[in-house]
Every structure is written in structure tokens, then in C-alpha cells.
Design a binder for this molecule. Structure first.
Ligand code: SF4
Length: 495
């Protein structure tokens, strides 16, 4: 009988992609996915360490899983991803029932870790099967590192494409790790040094996804625009930049939209802006974290750019790429942040007029420079107040951004039924009624600028690019009606 795996993913898009790769490996070992952890043979949590809150959620989930394992001791429980890398000692103490731990740089080792668990059980032992990136740290000899990179690269290349059904949108990793060492961030510790993947591997993945029907891909990297790869190493090669990579992926037939996240302001060069302007498939959307509107705070964060440089970049982005949508990230209450610093952040957000911002309350991450050297001296109630002020500004700004789009026509990739439609369907199901999509066929999709649009249309539009006339707006969503359904998408028609 097929074994079953329950895999729950916490955190960022990189983790979503990692989970897909892990499930692919496990499928080759005969595991089928299940939604019910209580009945699963293998339970894996792919974890995030970027904030304390994310780790707390994992511990709370582990509590529920422990109860299930007490009832079914044969269940194998594993913690994978950033928390396994960062807090394996804490986890060993707080979750002694865990059988397996694996850092994000070692996910290719999961089959051998599972074999270890089985061997232990056969010998009636319980020891933790563990594989961590720090076992091959930044000091690991170059030849050994190359071997490790090649084996983890093989995992990306072995990516299982779903045999049934279509892929509409997908992620492709272009880079692993990060070398920036912002003082608040654990990523350089959990995901190791920055290294870019060979461009031909990225293009090959894009082709495979296009063959499966993918129309939109998102290139992923911690500092995606820092991508660079030396081709023909040892000979008269050249360095492939991120702008070059966009050009190469753009040539893949069938892919009609290209996005990329997350950009790092300090490394952002104008050739990427020109690529966004000149390559019709590259969406006019830039997610570029500022983190603070105060130079003093940026300095303590070691962000390697000033507020002025950040703003100049965004001004150039608007000049070069007309109609570009901007999104940013901000941390409130970082060490030493004063009310004046916070006012500067609010002022920056007002000036930039983002499409959207993502904001987080600072929480110290063990092992980071900020945790070791900077006091976490902003009281929680002050962090909370600043967070609420920024959230209120964000809501006002998003509403204004969306209201300015009312009356316009936008290109939307119809992704599926809207949340309201799905809820209505679930209610019908729970009342024992037959599902009647026709009554609630509200679809949802995104524009090239990443705005969410809800509109009424038949199921046959899912997976299509549709022209939508925007009729109303809230801070979160645009509402509209089908204007025309193009034969070919805009990006291809101008090629
Ligand atoms: S750039 Fe800074 S915030 Fe982003 S992943 Fe690297 S260290 Fe973390």
C-alpha cells in the first residue's frame, strides 16, 4: 500500500518551492500526499525562522502533531527548512519526538534521512536523523562546496512536473542563500552563502513548465537582482547578469508573464529597468523592500543604501517603466528606532505611493548581529502603535491606488474561483446541496501590476488572459467585468 505524507509549509515562496521539490522526491519513494496529518505515515513541517511569530506557529502545530504521534507511534515526524537549521538544539529539547531534521540546503538528503529512521526503528533505537547546512559552512573547502552545490542543484533539476493537470503559474529558483548579512536577518545563516544557478538550468525549467501550460513564472531569489553567473569558467567566458537572465527566460515560448522577487535596492541596476521596459513578458511590478525611511535605522540594519538612493531608484523605475506598480517591506520598532525615525518611514511611504507594503514588527532573531549587539529597546506597545499607524496609511494608499484604476481596462490572468465563490460552494456542500458554480461563478486573477481582480465569468476563462474593465475598488481588491477576451495576450501581440 502507498505510504502517505502530510507536508505543511510556513513562510515564503522559497519554502513553497522547496516543499514542491520535497514532495517530488517523496513521490519517487512511493509517498502520496494527504491533507490529514493524523493518518499520515510521514509528517513534515517546512518551517520559517524569519520572525519569532513564525516559529511560535510551528511549535503550536508540533503540539497537535505530538498528540497524533502518541496515538500512532509509527508516524515519522520531521522538521525541515530554516527552523531546523537555526534552532535544531531548541527543537531537540522542546520536541523530542521528532525523528528527522533537515536544513533548507540539505533537502536532497531527505531520502537518506528517512532510511536512517527506518534502520533505527528496525534496531529498536530512537536517534534523530539530521542534516544541516552548517555542517558544510562558509569555511568548507571549495571542492567540497562544489560537490554539495551540485547535489542540491540536482534536486532542483529533478523537479517533478505534475503528470495530471496543468500548471498555470509557477516559481523558479534562480539563486540560493544570501551574502548581505542585514543585522536583523537569519537568512544568511539558515540558507548559507549566495550562489546563482546556471542560466541554462533555469531556462530548461521554464521550458518544462511552459510545456505543462504554465503562462506565468516568478523567478525567486533572496536578492534576485544580484544574480550573476560566470559562464565558461576557466576560459574566456562572460558573466550572465540578472538582466541577461530575464532576456533568456523571455525567449521561452509559451511563458507569457515573468515576475521576480525579492529585489535588493543596493544592487539594483538600470539594465534591469531597461529589460522590464523592453521585454513585453516582464511584468511592470517591482517588490523592493526599503525596511525603513530613516538613514540612521538603515545604517544599524546594515542595508548598504540610503533613503535618498532608494527613492532615486524608484523615481528612475517610474521614468523607465511607465505604469510600474511598486511594493515594499518595512520593519517597525527596530533597535533604537525613535518616533522621528518612524515619522520618516511614514513620510517615505506617503511620497512613494506604493501599490502595497508588507510590514512587520521587529523581533530579535538569535544569532544575528542585531540580537548580539543591539538592544531591542522599543517597547512592544510602541511597536504595536507604529505598526497600526503604518497599516492605516497602507490601507489609505492601497485604496487610492485601486480607485485610480476604476474605469480602466486591465489584462488579468484568470487563476480560479474567488474566495467568496469557494465559500459559497463549501456552504452548499455542507447543506448537502449539489454544487452550482453557475450561481456564484466569481473568478479571480491578477493584473500585470499584481493587483487582485474579482469578476464574473464562466469557468472556461480560468487559465486565460482576459481584458477586464474595472468597475469598483476596495483597499484589497478590484472588481470588474469582462470587456473582451483577447485571442492572444498583449505581451505576445507586440512581439
Ligand atoms: S538581503 Fe538582508 S533581509 Fe534580505 S535575505 Fe539577505 S540578509 Fe536577509
Amino acid at each position: 500500500m502507498a505510504k502517505s505524507v502530510y507536508l505543511e509549509t510556513f513562510g515564503c515562496q522559497m519554502n513553497v518551492l522547496d516543499s514542491e521539490l520535497v514532495l517530488g522526491q517523496l513521490a519517487r519513494l512511493g509517498y502520496a500526499s494527504t491533507e490529514d496529518y493524523r493518518r499520515a505515515d510521514l509528517v513534515l513541517l517546512n518551517t520559517c525562522s524569519v520572525r519569532q511569530h513564525a516559529e511560535d506557529k510551528v511549535y503550536s502545530r508540533l503540539g497537535e502533531i505530538t498528540k497524533a504521534k502518541q496515538r500512532r507511534p509509527e508516524m515519522v515526524v520531521g522538521i525541515i527548512g530554516c527552523m531546523a537549521e537555526r534552532d535544531h538544539d531548541g527543537l531537540k529539547t522542546k520536541a523530542p519526538h521528532v525523528d528527522l531534521m533537515c536544513g533548507p540546503g540539505n533537502l536532497n538528503e531527505i531520502p537518506s534521512l528517512l532510511a536512517e529512521v527506518v534502520e533505527d526503528r528496525q534496531a529498536r533505537r530512537h536517534s534523530l536523523a539530521i542534516a544541516l547546512e552548517q555542517d558544510h559552512s562558509r569555511r568548507t573547502p571549495a571542492a567540497e562546496r562544489t560537490r554539495i552545490y551540485d547535489s542540491i542543484e540536482a534536486l532542483d533539476l529533478s523537479r517533478e512536473m505534475p503528470a495530471d493537470g496543468r500548471v498555470l503559474q509557477s516559481y523558479i529558483r534562480v539563486q540560493r542563500g544570501c551574502d548581505k548579512f542585514c543585522t536583523f536577518c537569519v537568512v544568511p545563516f539558515t540558507r548559507g552563502p549566495e550562489r546563482s544557478r546556471p542560466p541554462e538550468h533555469i531556462v530548461e525549467e521554464a521550458r518544462k513548465l511552459a510545456d505543462l501550460g504554465a503562462r506565468e513564472i516568478t523567478l525567486l531569489g533572496q536578492t534576485v537582482n544580484s544574480y550573476k553567473y560566470a559562464e565558461g569558467a576557466g576560459g574566456p567566458g562572460r558573466t550572465v547578469t540578472f538582466a541577461d537572465l530575464l532576456q533568456r527566460v523571455h525567449e521561452v515560448e509559451g511563458i507569457e508573464r515573468i515576475r521576480f522577487v525579492t529585489s535588493y535596492p543596493g544592487d539594483f541596476t538600470d539594465d534591469v529597468l531597461r529589460a522590464m521596459r523592453d521585454l513585453p513578458k516582464v511584468c511592470e511590478y517591482l517588490h523592493i523592500p526599503a525596511q525603513s525611511g530613516s538613514n540612521a535605522v538603515l545604517g544599524r540594519m546594515k542595508r548598504q543604501y540610503t533613503v535618498e538612493q532608494y527613492e532615486e531608484l524608484l523615481v528612475r523605475a517610474r521614468e523607465v517603466v511607465p505604469g510600474i506598480s511598486l511594493a515594499g517591506d518595512f520593519i517597525v520598532g527596530f533597535c533604537g528606532e525613535t518616533d522621528e525615525d518612524h515619522e520618516r518611514t511614514l513620510a517615505l511611504v506617503e511620497r512613494v505611493r506604493y501599490k502595497n507594503i508588507y510590514m512587520f514588527k521587529y523581533s530579535p532573531r538569535p544569532g544575528t548581529v542585531a540580537d548580539r549587539r543591539l538592544p531591542d529597546d522599543v517597547p512592544d506597545e510602541v511597536k504595536q502603535r507604529r505598526h497600526m499607524e503604518l497599516a492605516a496609511l497602507q490601507k489609505r494608499m492601497c485604496l487610492a491606488h485601486h480607485q485610480a484604476m476604476v474605469g480602466r481596462e486591465v489584462e488579468v490572468l484568470a487563476e480560479g474561483y474567488s474566495k467568496a465563490a469557494i465559500k459559497a460552494q463549501e456552504a452548499e456542500q455542507s447543506r448537502g446541496q449539489e454544487i452550482s458554480w453557475k450561481r456564484s461563478d466569481q473568478l479571480t486573477g491578477r493584473t500585470r501590476g499584481d493587483e487582485i481582480v474579482v469578476f464574473t465569468g464562466p469557468e472556461s476563462l480560468i487559465g486565460e488572459f482576459v481584458r477586464i474593465r474595472v468597475t469598483s475598488a476596495t483597499a484589497l481588491t478590484l472588481h470588474g467585468e469582462v470587456a473582451t477576451r483577447p485571442e492572444r495576450v498583449r505581451s505576445l501581440s507586440v512581439l
